[in-house]
Design a protein around this ligand. Structure first.
Ligand code: ZN
Length: 157
């Protein structure tokens, strides 16, 4: 019945302090981006009892399995412990969401004409302006998708 949370049972467990303090992902070593605890709580597919900390970072590295890692200890949440498929972890996958608030998938941009892509951007911007976005609760990166949208459009030329 009792499922223990890996790594959280003992506060005395040694952690790699230099690595953690410098904000690097314990799996790939890249520097992550701070993400709010609300984002981690909204996206976690594990018991929230297993989130002892409030300080997490988001790892952007495409082929690193870690989505969130804790800056207080060595805890990580991997792609299979997150409720959504993560855009950054599935680059090139057409059916992954790029805009989680207004439900655009990568393929919506890939298949669209220039005018259609401009309409998608206009729709996202209108949603943001109307306060209808909830990036911190829906987008695993915890922030607005528009940068990813622009980057995807630029990359596909
Ligand atoms: Zn990583």
């Amino acid at each position: 019945m009792s499922q223990s949370c890996a790594g959280s049972s003992s506060a005395e467990t040694t952690c790699h302090e230099t690595r953690v303090q410098s904000g690097m992902c314990p799996a790939c070593g890249a520097k992550g981006a701070p993400v709010s605890i609300q984002t981690v709580q909204a996206l976690a597919a594990i018991s929230l009892r297993c989130l002892p900390s409030t300080s997490y970072q988001f790892c952007h590295t495409p082929h690193c399995p870690v989505v969130y890692y804790c800056t207080d200890n060595a805890q990580t949440l991997t792609v299979d412990q997150v409720r959504e498929r993560v855009y950054q972890k599935e680059t090139g996958q057409p059916d992954v969401f790029i805009c989680y608030c207004f439900r655009y998938r990568a393929s919506d941009l890939q298949r669209a004409t220039v005018a259609e892509n401009e309409a998608i951007i206009a729709d996202i911007r209108a949603g943001i302006a109307a306060g209808q976005c909830a990036c911190e609760l829906r987008n695993p990166q915890g922030s607005c998708c528009l940068g990813n949208v622009y980057r995807a459009l630029r990359d596909q030329g």
